[in-house]
Structure formats: C-alpha cells, structure tokens
Design a protein around this ligand. Sequence first.
Ligand SMILES: C[S@@+](CC[C@H](N)C(=O)[O-])C[C@H]1O[C@@H](n2cnc3c(N)ncnc32)[C@H](O)[C@@H]1O
Length: 358
Amino acid sequence: MKPFPDLQIPLIPSAAELPPEVSNFPRFRFMGSKFRLLPWIHDTLVGIDFETATDAFSGSGVVSYLLKSMNKEVKANDALVFPSILTIATIANSGTRLEGIDLDLLLESKARLDSERFIRRTFEGIFYTPAELSSLDDLWSGIRRLESPLKRAVALAALLRSAIKRQPRGLFTVSDPTRYQDGRRDLQLTIREHFVEQVDAYNGAVFSNGRRNFVSCGDVFDVQPGSDLVYMDPPYVPLSDDNCYIKRYHFLEGLACYWEGKELMMGTKVRKIAKPFTPFAYRRTAIEAFDKLFRKFADSIQVLSYSSNAYPDLVTLRALMGRYKKTVEVFEKEHRYHFGTHDAAKRNVVQEYLIIGS
Ligand SMILES: C[S@@+](CC[C@H](N)C(=O)[O-])C[C@H]1O[C@@H](n2cnc3c(N)ncnc32)[C@H](O)[C@@H]1O
C-alpha cells in the first residue's frame, strides 16, 4: 500500500519537466552560459504565449536549444563566429548528421598545402603539443572537403568542443600546454579521440522541431526585429579585463573560420586576435546600448537575463525597459557562477534576474 494514498504532491522537480531533447545538448564551457539556469528559464518562459523567438546573444547556444525544444521558431544570433557555428549545427540544422563515410574522410585527411598548416606554424609551443596542433590542421583540411555546409558545421562544432575540452581550464589565456595537467580524462584523450566522441555528441543533438530555424552572425543592432519574443543575454560590463570573450576564446574564434579575415596579433604571447567592440562592455556606453536594444525590439515580448553584480543596476534597467513596454516584471534566483579560482568562485554568488517586458 502507498504510504500516503491521497497526497497529490508532484514527485518530479521542475527540472525534469524540461523538454526531453534538452538533455542531448552538448554542454559547452562558456563564460556566462545559462546551462545551469535552464530549468528556471524554462519555468518562466513556459507561462508566456509566443511562437517565434530570437536569442539575440546566443553564446553557447543552450537557450536557443531550449527554445527549439519548446517547439518555437528560433532565430539565434551572436557577434562571434564560433557561437554561430554551434547554433548552425544544433539549431538551424534539423536533420543533417555526419555519416561513417564522412568521419572516415575527416580522419584520413592530411594537411598537405602550406596554407593548410597554419595552426601548427602559428601556435608552435602554445596551448597544445605539436602533434595536437597538426591534428587540428589535418581535421580542418578534411572539413574543407565536406560539401554540405551543415555537415561542415557539425564537424566544426565537434572540433571546437574537442579543442576546448583539451584545454585544462577551458580558456586560451595561458600558453604552456603542460600546465594544469591533472590526469583528467579530457586531458588524456587526444584531439582526434575527442573529435570522434564529439561527432557522436553533435549527431545526437540534431533534431527537427517542425519549424525553420535561423542563425545569423553579427551585431545585435543588425538583427531583423519581428519575433514574438526576444531573449537578451548581453555581456556584462567587466569588473576586470578578464571578462572579455575574445581574450578567453580567441583560439576558438579563429578555429571556427581558420582565422580567415581575422587580425592576428603576432606580438602577443598566445597569438590573440583583435577584440571586436561591443557597447555592452563599457560603463560609458552600456546604458545607451540597453536603451537602443529595448527600442529596437519594442514590439516583442522582451526577456533580459541579468545579474546583481552587473552594471547598470536593476532599477535602471527596469526603468529603461519601461520606456518601451507597458509591464515590466522581475524574476529572481540565487546563482553561483563557476568561473575563476576557487576563492573567486566563492565570491561569484549573485542574484540572477529575468526582467520581462510585455
Ligand atoms: C553572456 S554571453 C551569452 C550566453 C548565452 N546566453 C549562453 O547561455 O551561453 C554574451 C554573448 O554576447 C555576444 N555579444 C557581445 N556583443 C554583442 C553584440 N553587440 N551583438 C551580438 N552579440 C554580442 C558575445 O559574443 C557572447 O557570446
């Protein structure tokens, strides 16, 4: 007999109510990723009536993937190339996977031309061993041979995730490939071994939600408005230079396009690329940028992710959104970000907000 036959307490916590597809998302270690906040974001979005959604600052792509799993028509945008590759592979792509024959081609390819050996030449002694750098060039030479753009995106997403998993802290700030080796499985596998696993992971993330979903790579102010709902998770004004996305991920950004069109700074220890300007990252431009953002999407339901340690503060943002939306509601949740050293992580307990204008 059941101990409490009359009780109707739901035994499943809200996290289990996430659409089942979400569990297939290959988690990407990305600063400010909302991966761990997904159940809360889902709980909040589920109460809103909308069919089409724009994720204007898509980053790792996890919120776009949630929206796709909720059967919305999704437009994902980010100013950087590598987040756009991740969303082409998982959001725009509704049925293309890498077959065994594609994987064979990728693993057999060898970079023969000088122009295909850019990585081993440029990053000698930086981030990876010479063999690993050569693997990246070789796999890239195979990716060029794939005819389908969606297959290329799946392969590139797998390569990006392999590259970040093979970096001890998931960052590209320290050059020495032998530092921080602690016997973790991710650090023991070769790039090629990772790649085989990651192709599987990205193949497993492909699904159709019966909609046409889009990806764009560009400034948020060039995004076409018009979705029922726009989710906005811009970068925060950094407390230190350490918050910069390009400083942390320049190698992935270059790898996503084989450094084509990127300005490489050869004078820097880790061969950085130039930082693109974003008005959200500076105190002097952030308020005006938020005002412009809310004005741009004035006809959509607006959902802004924000946190208590950011600038401008909640009161200011609420007032700014209130200029364009009749009702502004704030949902709150305590959250601990896991970036930085142990001590810094302790300090990273913040209030997360979802500011919703309708
Ligand atoms: C906080 S992250 C987004 C995280 C994402 N929601 C997730 O869960 O992974 C901010 C993103 O905004 C992008 N970004 C910065 N300035 C931008 C701009 N002006 N237009 C479009 N994207 C921008 C960055 O490249 C970064 O990927």
